[in-house]
Ligand binder design. Structure first.
Ligand code: ADP
Length: 262
């Protein structure tokens, strides 16, 4: 579907001739539609926990007023729902902040080795809770790429968090590095041994709010925005994300960094 804006204006000395200008508006329309969808999705995702909180407030003021056990249970649910809303708002802010500053300072250099080790340390409690172990084989040398530290922390936090959340309990999450010579950049892979991802979903995983199985993923603490943020950040870094999976055998998310240059 294509959309054109048509303008007519007189030309020539006496204005006795007309020129018609067709401007292709299809791309603008497409972006407008995406934005509208995004706002509708975001509002829906915020409304759901909000509606549940409103419902529980009502119950707490009425039927559950004198029932301490029910009160405790409802407060617990409300706390979970507010945490969910807070996560969602944090992710939405991250996305909009990334959109506001589209360019990366070309002089920023980061060593991925301590950066990834720091992320793993911070995620160990989650790994333990999920019953997985994170194993990193990063080699002894620095892993220098061009990039923004905070943004790359967010990338590996998201990938490792997903690997812990969706990796099978008792399984291993492996972080490996492949350095195909400085000229060829650096690849970092995060691999889990969970249920994996059916092939038809893989191309859509980085879309905002896309979740494979809404019922099971909703049980997990997530917003469906994590991989959209990852993709956004990596594009700014001229890096790429590839996702491979065999259902039943886990998933591998690989970040391909271009050479850091001089
Ligand atoms: P979420 O907040 O739901 O984790 P993400 O954008 O990080 O959102 O991921 C989108 C969806 O991709 C998840 O809901 C999940 O269905 C799927 N997914 C992501 N990582 C994995 C993984 N390692 N194994 C299986 N499925 C995954």
């Amino acid at each position: 579907e294509r959309f054109f804006r048509v303008a007519v204006s007189p030309v020539g000395d006496g204005g006795d001739r007309l020129v018609m200008i067709f401007k292709d508006q299809s791309e603008i329309r497409r972006i407008d539609r995406m934005r509208a969808d995004f706002i509708a999705n975001a509002s829906h995702e915020l409304r759901t926990p909000l509606a549940s909180i409103a419902g529980f407030i009502e119950t707490l003021r009425g039927p559950a007023k004198d029932d301490p056990a029910a009160r405790e249970q409802f407060l617990q649910i409300m706390q979970t729902q507010t945490a969910r809303m807070a996560r969602l708002i944090d992710d939405l802010l991250s996305l909009s902040r990334l959109e506001m500053k589209p360019y990366l300072s070309p002089s920023d250099r980061v060593d991925l080795k301590p950066l990834i080790e720091g992320v793993i340390d911070a995620l160990n409690p989650l790994a333990e809770e999920s019953g997985v172990r994170i194993d990193a084989a990063l080699g002894g040398d620095p892993l220098i790429v061009a990039g923004n530290r905070d943004e790359l922390i967010q990338v590996f936090e998201n990938l490792l968090e997903n690997a812990c959340k969706y990796g099978r309990s008792g399984g291993l999450v492996e972080v490996t590095v492949n350095r195909a010579g400085q000229q060829n950049g650096i690849d970092v892979s995060v691999r889990d041994h969970g249920p994996g991802i059916p092939e038809e979903h893989i191309p859509r995983l980085t879309e905002r709010f896309y979740r494979v199985d809404v019922e099971t993923s909703r049980g997990q603490k997530g917003t469906g925005l994590g991989l959209a943020i990852v993709k956004h950040i990596l594009t700014r870094h001229r890096a790429r994300l590839t996702i491979g999976s065999r259902p039943g055998e886990g998933a591998t998310f690989t970040v391909h960094f271009p050479p850091a240059g001089i």
